[in-house]
Write a new protein. Structure first.
Length: 421
């Protein structure tokens, strides 16, 4: 039985194949297509939505790892390389990837396929850094994705082929000074804060007054010793653990949730630390949850956040996790939720073991009404009806899909529902 990270998606594939190289991927795709079976490539299983779920063939890419080549500002890596492995391999060469994602356990191909993003107002997501891709298409052929198809393939949802290699634009390693502090919500929502840093985000608990802000900027000072960096990063962990404790207590005594949220906000520490970007930004979750996240036009972000907090409070929902608020520039990926517009992201979380639906559907209603588009890797109720309205390049994506996967080898009922209707 396969389960995703949250445990919310489960399936029993007829076969799980773990190819050791690209030839193995080709053989697996050809065999499945010959047997009229469908194939789902699987990364680290960190998506909350059922993108990777299958009852036919699950293709586990975890053996396809490592750097293929680094030439100037281009690094080519195998698809199953985790972001942690990518960061470490680039750092050894004095390099880094620009799309600063704060979780490092997903795979490169999985993170790219779903448009995984951090919180950088001027730098696009990891999929925006993609300059080339190699994949096995639905006929079993190996293809270097032509430039004309790259904006379809970069946020391809695993619907065009099995990616075997990804080429990314890289830059010189980046030293950041990261800070965190409590901040009034209005201040955290202001462009003066969110758009003023290299990386900036905030969390806000329903029923609490203040936000918990974290930001980072380039620094030319010497990195702090590893112990100081560990303490700073762990402070996030400690906060998450405190939230986890609050979640457990709130689960058994829901009426305490507003009080717990205010206490968790008040306890959060302040401080700063300096080190390589991937070391200071990394998050290490200690509890599990279900999550929905919506990409709003940037100008709608403040209203969307305030309305969602008010709606949670009006309905007296027991929400023991903070909303997470981030920003990013317009993306070129045809199916990227930030396609064509600067974006404000709002994520909601519900602890595993609680019913996530009231919160997830409230967020979908409130944030969807602000022209929000859901993150593909997170829980959402959209079908092809909403997708067709929100994505002007969907028809072009379908044309490429018809060409690369005419027999629809790479699909499941979820993809049928969002892409085909
Ligand atoms: C704790 C946690 C924190 C998170 N934080 C963030 C965050 O900060 N920002 C954010 O944007 N998202 C975040 N996510 C969401 C998550 O990172 C993304 O959904 C991402 O896709 C996960 O990558 P994965 O390797 O687990 O891919 P999977 O979930 O296994 O797969 C995702 C999709 O990619 C496809 N795929 C995987 N490998 C290939 C391949 N080789 N070829 C073609 N298609 C492929 C799959 O078929 C599927 O459609 C978080 C998730 C968790 C659990």
């Amino acid at each position: 039985m396969w389960t995703n990270w949250s445990g919310g998606q489960r399936c029993g594939p007829a076969a799980t194949v773990r190819p050791l190289d690209e030839a193995g991927v080709r053989a697996a795709v050809r065999r499945a297509a010959g047997n009229r079976q469908r194939v789902r490539p699987v990364g680290a299983g960190h998506s909350f939505s059922p993108l990777a779920v299958t009852t036919d063939v699950a293709l586990d890419l975890s053996a396809l790892t490592g750097v293929v080549s680094v030439t100037g500002r281009r690094a080519r890596v195998r698809a199953g390389t985790t972001l942690a492995e990518l960061n470490a391999a680039l750092a050894e060469r004095g390099l880094a990837v620009a799309g600063l994602v704060d979780l490092d356990t997903p795979t490169v191909a999985g993170a790219v396929a779903t448009g995984t993003h951090g919180s950088t107002p001027r730098t696009g997501s990891l999929s925006a850094q993609v300059t080339g891709m190699r994949m096995i298409d639905g006929t079993g052929a190996a293809v270097e994705v032509p430039d004309a198809e790259l904006d379809a393939a970069r946020t391809g949802l695993g619907a065009l082929g099995v990616v075997t290699e990804v080429e990314l634009e890289v830059m010189p390693a980046l030293v950041l000074r990261a800070s965190q502090a409590r901040m009034p919500l209005d201040e955290a929502l202001a462009a003066d804060y969110l758009d003023a840093h290299r990386w900036a985000e905030f969390s806000v608990f329903p029923y609490a007054q203040d936000a918990l802000a974290r930001w980072a900027d380039e620094a030319d000072e010497e990195p702090d010793p590893p112990s100081a960096v560990r303490t700073f990063v762990e402070r996030r962990v400690v906060r998450a653990a405190a939230v986890g404790g609050g979640v457990a207590l709130g689960r058994s005594v829901p009426r305490l949730v507003p009080t717990i949220n205010r206490v968790a906000t008040a306890l959060t520490g302040t401080g700063s630390v300096t080190d390589l970007a991937h070391r200071v930004l990394v998050a290490r979750p200690v509890v599990r949850w279900e999550e929905g996240e919506w990409a709003l036009p940037r100008e709608a972000l403040a209203d969307g956040v305030r309305e969602l907090l008010a709606a949670i409070s009006d309905r007296e929902l027991d929400v023991g996790f903070p909303l997470e608020v981030r920003v990013g520039p317009a993306e070129t990926g045809w199916l990227h939720p930030a396609y064509g517009r600067a974006t404000g992201w709002v994520a909601v979380h519900a602890a595993t073991g609680t019913d996530p639906e009231p919160l997830l559907s409230l967020a979908a209603d409130v944030l969807g009404a602000h022209a929000g588009r859901p993150h593909w890797g997170k829980r959402h109720p959209w079908t092809n009806r909403e997708v067709a309205e929100a994505y002007p390049k969907l028809a072009d994506f379908r044309t490429i899909r018809d060409h690369r996967d005419p027999a629809r080898v790479f699909t499941n009922s979820h993809l049928d529902s969002v892409l085909d209707g």
